[in-house]
Design a protein around this ligand. Structure first.
Ligand code: NAD
Length: 265
């Protein structure tokens, strides 16, 4: 049975959607008839080719706005652009994120500031500018892509873990504020997803450690993921579509795990 999420004609902004999870989320929304604004870094020609291909495949409006998530003014401009060009704003998926791995006493100050700015503070600025529009419409959906690291920690990822825990806290507080306004705010907490970055790590680790890619996946990358399977884009998209649909209207302020059992351990 095909699920009808009834999203046709809605408008969405997906931050960090030139790659990986954000790109998959934008594709899933466009396939449901949602007009989307893409955002993120990358090669300009590739971004334009991907934008045009998604528009041709789905028949919806697919726009691109290259706001830098470390810059509050540019985040405000991104939301303003989407509202102006698409005439409304129903869905905001805050997905842009970066990682840096180092011991706390060796963690570069600039990397800490950058991770907090992109992974946490941009989520605040996105909501701050989207909420007035959503309140005026009487309906809205904010989905923040946190992480299993929003709920539990790993060593050497202090900035990322701090930012993602912050996203979960911000999500709850924001959800309570707008609970009567027809707006839901939720966090998705994925375990490992096989994005291009993770694919590269598998090859690198297999070469460095002299073991098979299969062993790298099971013993190194998915060591913390009890089902030993990556979370797929389809699984993430299904959860996100539920959250932004009317059917998801009673789910708010939640940090929803999709991690193969990682945070149950
Ligand atoms: P990715 O590197 O494939 O994509 C990140 C996106 O963010 C890209 O489009 C990039 O251009 C954009 N971006 C980076 N800095 C930016 C900035 N300053 N301004 C605007 N855009 C910027 O990564 P991904 O694996 O798809 O991760 C997406 C989100 O999912 C992140 O928040 C990440 O923390 C989270 N996440 C990923 C995994 C995983 O296993 N891949 C697991 C849990 C959570």
């Amino acid at each position: 049975m095909a699920v009808d999420y009834r999203l046709e004609g809605q408008a969405a902004v997906i931050t960090g959607s030139t790659s990986g999870i954000g790109q998959a989320m934008a594709g899933a929304l466009a396939e449901q008839g949602v007009n989307v604004v893409l955002n993120g870094f990358g090669d300009a020609a590739q971004i334009e080719a991907d934008r045009a291909a998604l528009a041709a495949r789905t028949g919806v409006k697919v726009l691109y706005y290259g706001a830098d998530m470390t810059k509050p003014d540019e985040i405000a401009d991104l939301i303003g652009f989407a509202h102006r060009e698409l005439g409304r704003l129903d869905i905001l998926v805050c997905n842009a994120g970066v990682q840096h791995v180092a011991a706390v006493d060796e963690f570069p100050d600039a990397k800490w500031d950058q991770i907090i700015a992109i992974n946490l503070t941009s989520v605040f600025h996105g909501a701050k500018h989207a909420l007035p529009i959503m309140k005026a419409q009487g309906r809205g959906r904010i989905v923040n892509i946190a992480s299993a690291h929003g709920l539990v920690a790993s060593p050497f990822k202090s900035a990322y873990v701090a930012a993602k825990h912050g996203v979960v806290g911000f999500t709850k507080s924001c959800a309570l504020e707008v609970a009567r306004a027809g707006i839901t705010v939720n966090a998705i907490c994925p375990g490992y997803v096989k994005t291009p970055l993770v694919e590269m790590q598998i090859g690198d680790q297999a070469r460095t450690r002299g073991i098979s890619p299969e062993r790298v996946v099971e013993d190194v990358i998915l060591a913390v993921q009890p089902n030993k399977s990556f979370v797929s884009y389809d699984q993430l998209a299904a959860l996100m579509l539920y959250l932004v649909s009317d059917q998801g209207g009673s789910t708010t302020g939640a940090a929803l795990t999709i991690d193969g059992g990682w945070t149950a351990a």
